[in-house]
Write a protein of this length. Structure first.
Length: 157
């Protein structure tokens, strides 16, 4: 190979964005390759410059519009609890005490698999509406009860 060829994994001028809806973009084009999406989703870290993807010896600063984790699916019932499926392929129990709601945005706290911190995971549409089927309303507001734990999500929705 010629010494003048850039052999880096990421393009020098490649602009990678993780959108608020969990879509990966490269220079404005959606990344659709399942292996690339999973590889990126499993290797996002906070850095002094925001966020970066680390794959082997390669590092690329990326722009994250909202959060690095997304709840893509849930399974379960309120009485027994829910399992969440994340965009990086992990599954875990939903901790109702960490649910947070703001208009159009529902999150739950999940552990980062590599650094011991916790991050918000935003519910994508399918998981969002599946969980919201179990919401009740009373004089205090909109609530969900999971495994006996009542969580006030909002006074208004």
């Amino acid at each position: 190979m010629s010494a003048n060829v850039d052999q880096s994994f990421f393009g020098i001028h490649e602009n990678i964005i993780l959108t608020k809806n969990g879509t990966w973009l490269s220079n404005g084009e959606e990344i659709t390759h399942a292996g690339t999406i999973l590889g990126f989703s499993r290797n996002v870290y906070k850095s002094p410059n925001g966020h970066e993807i680390r794959l082997g010896r390669e590092t690329k600063i990326i722009h994250v519009e909202d959060t690095i984790y997304f709840v893509t699916a849930i399974d379960g019932v309120p009485e027994l609890g829910f399992t969440v499926v994340l965009n990086d392929g992990r599954m875990g129990e939903l901790d109702p005490a960490t649910l947070k709601y703001s208009p159009g945005r529902l999150t739950v706290s999940v552990p980062h698999p590599n650094n011991g911190t916790h991050e918000d995971a935003k519910f994508l549409s399918t998981a969002y509406y599946e969980l919201l089927k179990h919401i009740t309303k009373d004089e205090e507001g909109f609530k969900i009860t999971i495994e006996g734990t009542k969580v006030l999500l909002s006074k208004e929705m």
